[in-house]
Design a binder for this molecule. Sequence first.
Ligand code: NAD
Ligand code: GLY
Length: 373
Amino acid sequence: MRTIDVELAGRAYEVRVGPGLLERLGEECGPLLRKDTVPVITDAQVAALYRDKVDAALAAVGKQARWLVLPAGEQTKSWAQLAQVVDFLLAEGVDRNDRIVALGGGVIGDLTGFAAAILKRGCGFVQLPTTLLAQVDSSVGGKTAINVPMGKNLVGAFHQPSLVLADTDVLATLPPRELRAGYAEVVKYGLIDDAEFFAWCETNGPGLLNGDAKARIEAVSRSVAAKARVVAEDERETTGTRALLNLGHTFGHALEAETGYSSALLHGEAVAIGMVLAARYSVRRGLMEQHEADRIAAHFMACDMKAEVAELALDCGGRRLADHMLHDKKMDAGTLPFLLMRGIGRTFLARDVEIDDVASFLDAELRSHHPAG
Ligand code: NAD
Ligand code: GLY
């Protein structure tokens, strides 16, 4: 098992990564679980796979899980489900110093974390992330949120967990498409500021996706360590450092908005294409060499992932995608900061991007067929 510290004054916590953590849940949490009953929030798909294991792990330390099982899927990050979680926790008599357990992907982690943030003005929670995306990104760093009709993640809070247990065994049951979507966020850390990690991904990514357990532990640990560094430096995204974690997300969100935030395009799939677009746009601006942008697209293709926006066959032009960007929550006083690259591992925040130029770039990308690799 690897342990990564998230160093935040007064709110520091550990992220433990490795196999078998769910089976040792009771021991791993130790005194964090104060009462004989432990509230566990999950979704139906995860419950079907891991409820018995969690029940047994808690029973082994004399505790009983009290379950709230919600529907699986993004629509669960809603006001209605938030109310259900809060009512359940109140009925369970959860106090401020208790810990709520979130067992699932980013949907369950974000929703439960937000409920924990507002319950009795804030109580503790433990993240048991079960998707690759949740293990490498959403369970670490304390961003919690729900979606509202005006957009995704528009209502939420910064609220750090007390502990994160990333059991890499559970990735074995994750559908391949979800695994690949989460892998985009792994690659992101290499592209931001760690060219050596990107090279590691080139060598190990296909194996990781095909079941290499050691590579999964390494990828999750390195990703969490990268995220922990950024969060310790800029917890509330005020200095610009944490904003680097949004590489590929501005382009990606435009694609998600155009596809209706539906299963037609998963978040990680949009981010992968978004990072390729950010790299190519950086080439267009004379910041990055073409062959480096090609390397990124080639890596996603080697991992059986889509790298080309043209492959989505969207029925729109660049202007419409650019218009979606204007609703991005990163908009700041009428300007949209963009993450661009000077090379692999050399991402920076640009504040001088003209949206009309992005629109004409996207027009060309929507129609173009880049040579594979
Ligand atoms: P998800 O939680 O919907 O999980 C994807 C699917 O996989 C679900 O159907 C789920 O039931 C299933 N699943 C989960 N674990 C499984 C397992 N081990 N085996 C089989 N099936 C399993 O989606 P996600 O991709 O984990 O998270 C997406 C959410 O995360 C979005 O709402 C996004 O906004 C949020 N997010 C938050 C942050 C943050 O910093 N808080 C960062 C990135 C993304
Ligand atoms: N996923 C982006 C962040 O946590 O800041």
